[in-house]
Design a protein around this ligand. Structure first.
Ligand SMILES: [Zn+2]
Ligand SMILES: [Zn+2]
Ligand SMILES: [Zn+2]
Ligand SMILES: [Zn+2]
Ligand SMILES: [Zn+2]
Ligand SMILES: [Zn+2]
Ligand SMILES: [Zn+2]
Length: 464
């Protein structure tokens, strides 16, 4: 027993403290590994721990050990020690006899690599190191199966020509590294290729679809003319303007010319048919004028006032009254309006400088009955009351003081009979509607504008 202990302690010394306490927990000895394996016995090392008064002297231990007393040996082997790598952080502590067993697994118990790579490897990791990480290990590349040292394999990794890799263009192909660049340049479906016509780059498998619509792709003229190297995007312009074979209608076809021909014939036709084309254009203009007139009529009907009430705005009144003073009988007439959609057609008239009894002193207003679309269906004589209102344009409508005059037509008057197709100028109304003096008061005239409302009593409009 003593000998075997002496053998394994060859590499050990016990320089650290031994607790004077006898209990296992307290009596911990902290042996240190010595770098002198030739040391045949436990040696005392001068360390700080030895200065600790709580430590038993190792000399004592040596002494006990040297005495080869079996009891003492037992006592020593039962003493509780820390792992020799306690200072390196190993927390192990137990009886001395178990230390050897612990060192087999202590991860702080480093040994030089047995393959002599020079690394210090914890005992428990040695196997892994020799197998997987030692630069001196012999190993094979899993792809090319060549044998390498561990160090050699590290340099080989990432460069092995046999390692299968996915194509970087994401075409889905996986192949050995050494073939990949050839694949990417040659037959990868996702490589970029320039269109031979327009030069733009396309992914290889979309190039055929691009060629079908590439504007620069040469196409033959569908008329089989002599033009060569026509790009697809130029074809329309060629057919329209340049193709010597394509047939076009004469540019005067809207005016009625029916000539059709290819470019040279068309040029001759345009030179020869000038007179003919002019006549066609005149006919077209006349036709369009008719259309315009009928559209105007339709527009007038649409914008016709059928409300029975006309608000007549008379602008530039100052100029008009001045003109009227120098021109006897000057009359202004309103736009015609209807008393209802199918009613009487009426028109107001205004003498700025007066008429009849109001001449030179008053504004005279009249209503005239014009021939209308529905006269045949209406009741005659015209019998609805009519009122004229001159608006006071003061700012507050509540304070406005309008001038209103109205009348009920006298059925015996000629003015209210059904008008003929050529109506006379006769109207009915008020020669002294408002005097020029009154006109200047209040706000009947504002910004040189006056407003007159002519209203036909709607309750009496139904005539048929
Ligand atoms: Zn340990
Ligand atoms: Zn190694
Ligand atoms: Zn390899
Ligand atoms: Zn690819
Ligand atoms: Zn192209
Ligand atoms: Zn052509
Ligand atoms: Zn023509």
């Amino acid at each position: 027993m003593v000998r075997s202990l002496a053998q394994w302690t060859k590499t050990l010394s016990f320089p650290a403290r031994i607790s004077p306490h006898k209990s296992k927990e307290a009596a911990a000895v902290s042996p240190l590994i010595t770098p002198t394996p030739s040391n045949q016995s436990l040696s005392v090392q001068s360390s700080d721990t030895m200065m600790n008064s709580n430590c038993a002297s190792l000399t004592e231990v040596s002494h006990i050990y040297a005495s080869e007393d079996p009891d003492s040996e037992k006592a020593i082997m039962s003493s509780v020690v820390y792992c020799i790598h306690h200072k390196d952080g190993c927390k192990w502590s137990d009886e001395l006899r178990k230390l050897k067993g612990h060192l087999n697994t202590c991860k702080h118990d480093a040994l030089p690599c047995t393959s002599k790579c020079g690394a210090q490897i914890p005992r428990v990791l040695m196997e892994d190191h020799l197998k997987y990480t030692c630069p001196q290990r012999r190993t094979r590349c899993e792809f090319c199966a060549k044998e390498f040292s561990g160090h050699g394999l590290e340099s080989h990794a990432g460069h092995c020509g046999a390692e299968p890799l996915y194509c970087e263009n994401k075409c889905g192909v996986k192949m050995p590294r050494r073939l990949l660049s050839q694949h990417k340049a040659g037959d990868c479906a996702k490589r970029l290729l320039p269109c031979r016509c327009c030069g733009k780059e396309f992914v290889a498998d979309t190039l055929a679809a691009h060629h079908v619509k590439c504007g620069r792709m040469p196409v033959p003229c569908p008329n089989r003319c002599d033009a060569t190297a026509l790009a697809r995007e130029e074809l329309d312009a060629h057919l329209k303007d340049a193709c010597a074979v394509s047939v076009h209608g004469c540019s005067f076809k809207d005016a009625g010319c029916r000539f059709k021909g290819a470019r040279p014939a068309m040029e001759r036709h345009l030179a020869d048919a000038g007179q003919q084309h002019l006549q066609m254009m005149c006919g077209l203009v006349a036709k369009q004028q008719q259309q315009i007139a009928s559209l105007k009529g339709a527009l007038a009907r649409l914008s016709l006032n059928c409300s029975g009430t006309l608000i007549w705005k008379v602008s530039d009144f100052g100029a008009k009254i001045a003109e009227a003073k120098g021109k006897e009988g000057m009359e202004l007439v309103s736009p015609p309006f209807y008393t209802s959609q199918y009613g009487y057609r009426l028109q107001a008239s205004l003498f700025p400088n007066g008429n009849g009894a109001g001449e030179d002193s008053h504004l005279s207003v009249y209503i005239k009955i014009l021939p209308g679309e529905y006269d045949a269906l209406l009741r005659w004589p015209f019998a609805h009351s009519v009122s004229f209102t001159l608006f006071d344009q003061c700012g507050t409508p509540e304070k406005a003081c309008n001038i209103v005059e109205s009348f009920i037509p006298d059925p015996t008057w000629k003015n209210f009979q059904r008008p003929s197709k050529e109506p006379d100028s006769l109207g009915f109304g008020f020669p002294k509607f408002v005097s020029h003096d009154t006109l200047r008061r209040r706000h009947f005239l504002r910004d040189d504008v006056l407003f007159i409302r002519v209203k036909v009593d709607p309750s009496k409009i139904v005539a048929v």
